[in-house]
Design a protein around this ligand. Sequence first.
Ligand SMILES: Cc1cc2nc3c(=O)[nH]c(=O)nc-3n(C[C@H](O)[C@H](O)[C@H](O)COP(=O)(O)O)c2cc1C
Length: 182
Amino acid sequence: MSDRHGSGRAARPFLYVVVCAAGVAEDVGELIDAARERGWEAGVTATPVAMGGFFDVADVEARTGRPVRSAWRTPGDPRPFPAPDAVVVAPATFNTVNKWAAGLADTLAVATLCEATGLGVPVAVLPCVADALAAHPAYGESLDRLRGMGVRFGDPYTGEAGEGGGRPGFGWERALDLLERP
Ligand SMILES: Cc1cc2nc3c(=O)[nH]c(=O)nc-3n(C[C@H](O)[C@H](O)[C@H](O)COP(=O)(O)O)c2cc1C
């Protein structure tokens, strides 16, 4: 893979983790730890809304050993992450999935996703979208379009409380399983 993303090669395969502004994002540290246990080095890019309290940025930076990215770098600055070997979007919101499918790259997170399939790297997505939003016809069209680009999706997850009152487990490792699928 070319090094046009700069900052050299990582010692281990490099995983981009894109985090969107869903409530379940507070547990994204579980994904980073699981990825590291499976041999990945990880770097997180979050949406600007997700940066506003949806997860513990300092904790994620401690786990990855790298700054969390959200805004574009200044021209002339080195690219802070190596090129990706794979990309995970978890949690993926209704908003980001629809913008990604439409090619509306108005955040670094969506721009990263728009570019990922063009780079030829595997991309795995764990949506967290309420049924009421998922019923919007644009969402189904977005999923169809992204699947047609080779993007791999986990099963639907609404983020809503189950009958026992608590939110069901998100199953973060599903994203890594999707990447390992042939
Ligand atoms: C507490 C809270 C939880 C949210 N959870 C979700 C969610 O699970 N899924 C979703 O699509 N949007 C959720 N939203 C709405 C998104 O944050 C909102 O659409 C935002 O614009 C998404 O931005 P992003 O896609 O750039 O991260 C939630 C908002 C709040 C305040």
